[in-house]
Design a protein around this ligand. Structure first.
Ligand SMILES: [Zn+2]
Length: 414
């Protein structure tokens, strides 16, 4: 409990390193990220780890194994935040990693432990997420390095300004001896709270489709245009939005959101000529996600057609579902049971660094209950008892993995 309270105090302290006074905002390699690194590096060094910052701005710490030739387990999460953020999204996973090293109290395991604090996951500064973890899987490519923020500063220039060398990005890739990746993260949703459970195990990170639709009607006078002669873009888009909600409700576990709506010309006495709306669609099955996307496209076309409107659409993102490693999922469940809790397997509707790392190494995620389901808000919180359970579960999992014959086999292969 003392250690758990310390984890919470540390997360709150890190939240004070911000680009804005009075709220938390920490984007890719902004000056407060340096303070954040310094603070965490002090804790890690005291716990017996060697700390570096790679060329993509990720904090990387290594806690050696019993033998120098042993492979490593990677623990991590992200250190960047959204604007007006809470103190736990991402940061908690890194601080839990630090606390697990401290809890080992110098004890060495048959594998080393690397703790990673990723420089960027949220996509706030450059509009593209996962810059930090992409570097570990060798996907921080030229196009991404040249991408610019709102002030015209490229990813490459931001790296240089932070005192790092972009030419060394290839050296940020995962060590060949990495056995697996494990991430602790707040759930950011209401499921565990509703079940009255402190911890959950992610089985799959949901498939995601993002699209933009533009309904093109005809702007005209609100007083002189009879109802049957109108081509009202707002009415058409609204009919479709209600259908999106109804469709999503008819598929278990599907979530569909129209999060943006912009109408032109936007005057009280003018029929809307154009509406731009976005669609965000998520489900654990790629097939269902794609099927519903096709259905909603067809529906939009039909509605536009019936009302004499044109329709334009583009796909902004098409991300397949990512399965977590079945062996690690089982081990995480076993660890949760061992500490006297009931594990709950769940789908993560949000994307996480684990999704990127899973391209190269077996990955797993453990969720902590989010009180009120609140995240991406200063009211984001976590219970001290749940953090204590997460630490207990993490230690149990490390011990299980240290004595697992399956992992021994993987260690020989690594
Ligand atoms: Zn996060």
């Amino acid at each position: 409990m003392i250690r758990a309270a310390e984890v919470i105090a540390r997360c709150r302290r890190l939240a004070s390193f911000s680009e804005e006074t009075g709220s938390t905002l920490r984007t890719f390699l902004s000056p407060p990220m340096r303070d954040c690194h310094r603070e965490i590096a002090n804790w890690l060094t005291a716990a017996g780890a060697e700390v570096t910052v790679d060329a993509a701005g990720n904090l990387r710490a290594f806690y050696a194994a019993t033998q120098s030739s042993a492979p490593r387990l990677l623990l991590g999460s992200h250190l960047d935040t959204v604007p007006n953020a809470g103190p736990y999204d991402g940061v908690l996973g890194v601080v839990v990693g630090v606390a697990l090293l401290e809890a080992l109290e110098g004890r060495r395991l048959p594998f080393g432990i690397e703790v990673a604090g990723f420089s960027e996951e949220e996509g706030v500064r450059f509009g593209i997420p996962f810059i930090g973890s992409r570097a570990l899987v060798g996907r921080l490519d030229e196009e991404l390095r040249n991408r610019q923020d709102a002030n015209g500063i490229s990813v490459r220039a931001a790296i240089e300004r932070f005192g790092l060398n972009p030419a060394e990005i290839p050296r940020a890739t995962l060590a060949d001896d990495t056995l697996a990746y494990l991430e602790f993260h707040i759930e950011q949703g209401p499921v565990l709270e509703a079940l009255e459970l402190p911890l959950g195990v992610v089985e799959t990170i949901a498939a995601q489709t993002r699209m933009e639709f533009v309904f093109l009607g005809r702007a005209n006078h609100a007083g002189t245009t009879p109802m049957h002669l109108r081509h009202d873009a707002i009415a058409a888009a609204s009919e479709w939005i209600v259908a999106v909600e109804r469709t999503a409700q008819s598929y278990p576990d599907l979530v569909a959101t129209v999060g943006q709506f912009a109408a032109k010309p936007g005057a009280i006495n003018v029929i809307a000529g154009e509406v731009r709306v976005t669609l965000d669609l998520r489900h654990q099955s790629d097939v269902i996600c794609a099927r519903v996307a096709d259905m909603l496209i067809q529906l939009a076309e039909e509605i536009a057609d019936q009302r004499g409107l044109a329709l334009r659409r583009i796909v902004l993102l098409s991300q397949r579902a990512v399965a977590m490693d079945p062996f690690l999922v089982e081990q995480a469940e076993k660890a949760i049971r061992k500490i006297g809790c009931q594990p709950h397997r769940m789908v993560s509707g949000a994307g996480h660094d684990a999704m990127i790392l899973a391209e190269k190494v077996p990955a797993a995620m453990i969720f902590l209950r989010s009180p009120g389901g609140i995240s991406h808000d200063p009211a984001e919180s976590v219970k001290v008892a749940d953090v204590a359970k997460a630490l207990e579960c993490g230690l149990q999992l490390l011990d299980q993995l240290a004595s697992s014959s399956e992992l021994q086999k993987r260690m020989c292969r690594a």
